[in-house]
Write a protein that binds this ligand. Structure first.
Ligand code: SAM
Ligand code: SF4
Length: 323
């Protein structure tokens, strides 16, 4: 079992399998994209699978595949197949923008993926285009309906942005009345690949107040262990609402996760710069035991929270971090 220097058990890996993406969400990257990693710099499928095996041996039981957009990788299904078969990984999930995902939904179901996070910031096609700079709203909605039709739990992730989509908050909450979905509103973080920090005008408190004003029966419910979202129910609604204080960072005390970036850096906090290159270790002939020891060593030197980690950090694109 991995336990950090703040007595937190680490059992959750977020693995970013590429930095590339077919959308250009303005809160994540500039219109022209970012300096994409070369294929040689990306972890290969074999390296990712080996790393997941090592981490499963250390006590990682939950893995989330993210990116960049996972489905722009041509080998995504073989990669998911290999990782899903690793002993000890009992919860296997992914985050996707849904543009290319719909045709793969039956295979995700067969692989035992029971829950998918789908990013959707608005229910309006024009606003979708304004935010993502691509005309893919229909494709994303198709994925949404395919996931529901296949009985895969859906969490909708919406980044809340002043002047962009705050008018979508209540319509998105309304989705939870008839659909068994969790709609999660995320504070905007400064990872847009431009180095510019947008002032946070919609924090978790303002988001909750906005929802409560329309739904006075909004009730705080118990959060699953290690959850970053604060969960709320509305009596009579099939789904629920989550609010993620990603910038306010009120959840660091129970953080149970580590990240591997597309170029194989281990991050023990979303806000750190990466603590060491696992890829370089993998490529210089280190044994599984040596890699495991290096990871254990990093875990016992974790920052207490995202504020401490950020002191040394630069702000990059979320696509090169693995959101
Ligand atoms: N491309 C996939 C997607 O969009 O679902 C997976 C990767 S994306 C980086 C993962 C999550 O990070 C998405 O839900 C996205 O909304 C969120 N995200 C990206 N940039 C963000 C930012 N600056 N602040 C808050 N959330 C962000
Ligand atoms: Fe792509 Fe996801 Fe970033 Fe949007 S949030 S640009 S979909 S990686």
């Amino acid at each position: 079992m991995l336990r950090d220097n703040h007595n937190r058990i680490i059992n959750y890996l977020r693995l970013a399998v590429t930095d590339r993406c077919n959308l250009r969400c303005f809160y994540c990257m500039p219109e022209h994209g970012i300096d994409w990693l070369s294929r040689a710099d990306l972890l290969s499928m074999g390296e990712m699978v080996r790393l997941c095996r090592i981490l499963a041996g250390l006590g990682i039981s939950k893995v989330r595949i993210t990116g960049g957009e996972p489905f722009v990788r041509k080998d995504i299904i073989p990669l998911l197949t290999e990782i899903s078969a690793i002993e000890g990984i009992t919860e296997f999930t992914l985050t996707t923008n849904g543009v290319l995902t719909a045709p793969f939904v039956p295979q995700l179901k067969e692989l035992g993926i029971r829950s998918v996070n789908l990013s959707l910031d608005t229910l309006d096609p024009a606003r979708f285009f304004a935010i993502t700079r691509r005309n893919e709203y229909d494709a994303v909605m198709h994925t949404f309906h395919e996931l529901l039709a296949h009985g895969i739990a859906v969490k909708l992730n919406a980044v809340v942005m002043d002047g962009r989509n705050t008018q979508d908050i209540l319509p998105m909450v309304a989705l939870t009345r008839d659909l068994p979905v969790s709609v999660r509103f995320i504070e905007e973080m400064p990872f847009n690949g431009t180095g510019q920090i947008h002032p946070l005008t919609w924090n978790h408190v303002r988001i909750a107040d906005t929802i409560r004003a329309a739904y006075p029966s909004l009730t705080k419910i118990t959060d699953p262990a290690g959850a970053t979202a604060a969960h709320y129910a509305i009596p009579g609604h099939r789904g629920n609402v989550g609010i993620i204080a990603a910038y306010s960072r009120s959840f660091c005390g129970t953080c149970n996760r580590i990240r591997i970036t597309p170029e194989g850096m281990l991050k023990t906090c979303l806000y750190d710069n990466g603590v060491f290159s696992v890829r370089d270790l993998l490529r210089t002939g280190a044994t599984d035991a040596q890699i495991a020891t290096s990871i254990q060593d990093a875990i016992v030197h974790r920052a207490a929270d995202g504020f401490e980690a950020e002191r040394k950090s630069v702000h990059e694109s979320m696509a090169s971090i693995g959101g």
